[in-house]
Unconditional design. Structure first.
Lengths: 291, 291, 291, 291
């Protein structure tokens, strides 16, 4: 199976590397070519443009946001013109529901398959092939993708034939994480200002009610106030909440916690936190309490 | 060890029963005597008033709220006058930080020991002896309580000598649960209105990012909209958030998610949901979206 | 002076009528031609397309939203191609800051003048020539517009040469109204549920602290729960808050009351209130309190 | 008519002075006696305790909060024991609905009259006899108070026989002011960060939609960022919102803008603003946007 891989940021490069390690043949493309060339030693071929990476059976995209994904797919040397009929585009980026819909329509019109397959996990999970993948699309192309997904993820959840369902679940999952961070930020700030030990608080919580790795990971970052380097940056967090709220508005669903978290992302960025990890939401909570 | 147990509501009765089953000798008291008598067959002695249940080495209180706890401790036939010097009062109710402080002071002045030991877990966990207990107070009396705690809980977290620290952690823990319920309510509402399957969403979340029982338990209640019978009722949820916000105001800590959840508890009650489980916060989210 | 007037909705028709009554010569255009023809009896010439209404010295646009304004200006038979060099486009619609910027750039590039001149006031104020106009742009074209503005408004506030400043003030003004409605809704709900008289409350407020007509107007609508017919509808209110929050995000400004009002607009629409006046925000407050 | 006046803070002293100037005979009491003695030159007799100031036909109280009012009325040398049957207590402080109810009951039981008569206006309005007074209670004692009220206020609104109605309107009025401050703070922050002129914005607003003195007063304070000296301090603002939210909870009314404003008062205090005027809420908005 000839696979193209487009988008080699923190996540994309780790995912591509996991695939190479698992023995897949990859043609990689990245706007900044240097990041693509870093993978040559591991066996990847380097493409000059998205089209060149879209000549095989499957092309995977892992890009930062909607504009990047649109440029790569619909641009001059884009995916959609290069991909042959019957081939698959697996979109693993976290994009809006609206763009996913547009991609589904465009690929269908071109006789191609579009599988939406966003992922949960930070770069270290990607490197270890331990991502969670949420996939939606026609069953047959998903089945063809499965071995490739298995090279990057520990588990794939297929959530139906409508591609946007996967994107919405991804956005909702990130919303749950962001709201957990916000709540942990508020609670640990209170513990701290009351003279208590926030670390002990997180220990109690993660060893009783909330024994989920995500609570442990973010709880520790918050307690240690270790918001750099950014595994997932504030502007990306804001982008995802913005995408979520746009989808929610389409369906006439108010999400007050979503709105609150959005305001705090904006505030974090306004206060100089654009380079922080999104767990830095907890810093906003602390600052608002005078810490 | 002679143990008194005061307060036999859903939680208290299950906890007392677990202690009896574990072989402890119990004198129980409840305002509505019938609930105390239900435990006679299992070996409990029934007291006529709180004082009678406070003649031993340890008295445990498990009451609904501050006024109930105050009445039992400071009232006519109350705990504080009956307890002998050196004996222990283990307060396991979810009360305010302010009352816990007052109890600590009063017991100290009377030459008695006060251990704050609130619990996490619903009545079924109490019956199974699977609670999580958060204890604070002097080490020696906590050590004396430990075997008793082991009869009710799967684990005890000792969080220091200042009793209020335990109560604050309890309130913060309930806040984390309430905010999780709120966020799950908002997210599942969006999934539902978008035509997706909220059950599948909860499955994906609890098998990937959030493999904590509390997410599974509440996720299922929310998806099935099974808000009755109330394991933990709306007014109790509101009371705990009110107590949290009062403590936070004392320390000049704004908790915007706390405020939002408080408003939704009030709204749930205003819309006729006073008898619902607090997971019914998700019904507010659904109604606000026109469902 | 030959004036074109494009967009004859509730507001636009009332404004055009005021101009005709004041003696101005008008060529009018509306997508639904019938509304244009209603003005023929009062002396207006009817154009077949936007271009035909843009042949004079000044063309005024008063459209519902960004897409409508974009279509009229940049479309096939649009304003920008038809307007001669040195002529003026006075954009009086409530549009986004981003579109206003784009219009300013496009008109400048075409050697034309763009004056942003959004208005405050409901249709009855427009009919009476009593609007408030907030104008921004180069001084000379604004001076040329002034007599025309005087035909529609009781006062024009010139707020500088940067057109977007006027649009932002318009959005902020609507935000102040929306937040006032929200607060009045919450307060009157409390008065009502406490057994008090919300009408008396509004009387006290508008005869003491808040003797502004806008408090009187909306206070009365809220007390009488007279949310129809819609002078300014929910979806338009939501659109303006959305535009405001987009501008605020651009400048990294969190606006928590704005976010809250946005959620309530969405909720109002979700609960079947899309046809209500935006004062119907108060109905959301009442419903949330179980009324 | 012999009048007692208890509580000579910023507001109380200005009110007492207005009464003296209007020719009323006053016996004044203040915990810090020096502030009472300042009025001797203007003809006031100085009392040694609240009881001494309660021997006439009418005693007015103007105190900072519930505890102060409770101490003065129910304390050792308190109002309630000293006031003769048929005499009147006019409570003009901003107190909770719950305390007003308790006062009404206690005075009724003692054969005395209680008139709740809180006021709107800052100290300068009090000195000029230009307050707005909201009065509730039995008609006859209110009629007796009217000439006295006329010495302090420009207008009295009688809102019924149930005393708490006046207190609730007072709290709701302060809520409307606080939410106006919050909204003005958010809007002016946006104008400022966008490069616009917040002063011009306030001018436009107060000369068009919002020609109410309260908008002008607070708009100017906010634009000039002149938050000191405090005409009405942050802790007092927080107290009033807390009282409002307590009353609202009693009636099961969620007030989300109230909750938001409460959080911002707390945050302002946490960030060192306890000595600021409550218009300093706008500083929180500015800081949250990185200014």
């Amino acid at each position: 199976m000839d696979i193209g891989f487009i988008g080699l940021g923190h996540m994309g490069q780790a995912m591509a590397r996991a695939l190479l390690k698992a023995g897949f043949r990859l043609t990689v493309y990245n706007r900044t070519r240097a990041r693509a060339e870093e993978l040559q030693a591991e066996g990847a071929a380097v493409a000059d443009n998205p089209a060149e990476a879209s000549r095989g059976d499957l092309v995977i995209t892992m890009l930062a946001d909607d504009p990047a994904a649109e440029a790569v797919v619909f641009g001059e040397q884009g995916v959609i013109r290069a991909l042959r009929r019957g081939a698959i585009h697996a979109g693993m980026s976290t994009i809006t529901v609206a763009l996913s819909k547009r991609l589904a329509d465009a690929h269908r019109a071109a006789g191609q398959h579009y599988v939406a397959a966003p992922v949960f996990g930070r770069p270290d999970a990607a490197a270890a092939g331990k991502l969670f993948i949420v996939a939606a699309g026609e069953p047959e192309p998903i089945a063809r993708c499965q071995p490739v997904f298995d090279g990057m993820g520990q588990r794939t959840f297929v959530v139906g034939a409508v591609q946007t369902a996967a994107n919405l679940i991804k956005l909702c999952g990130n919303f749950l994480i962001a709201s957990m961070i916000e709540s942990l930020g508020e609670a640990t700030t209170l513990i701290r200002k009351s003279g208590g030990d926030p670390q002990r608080f997180v220990e109690v919580m993660t060893n009783s009610l909330f024994p989920a790795p995500v609570y442990k990971t973010y709880g520790d970052l918050i307690v240690e106030q270790k918001f750099q380097p950014a595994g997932f940056s504030m502007p990306l967090g804001l982008k995802d909440i913005r995408s979520l709220l746009a989808a929610a508005e389409t369906h006439a669903v108010p999400m007050p916690v979503g709105s609150l978290v959005r305001d705090h992302f904006i505030s974090a960025i306004a206060r100089g936190g654009a380079n922080l990890d999104w767990s830095g939401l907890a810093r906003v909570a602390a600052q608002d309490a005078g810490l």
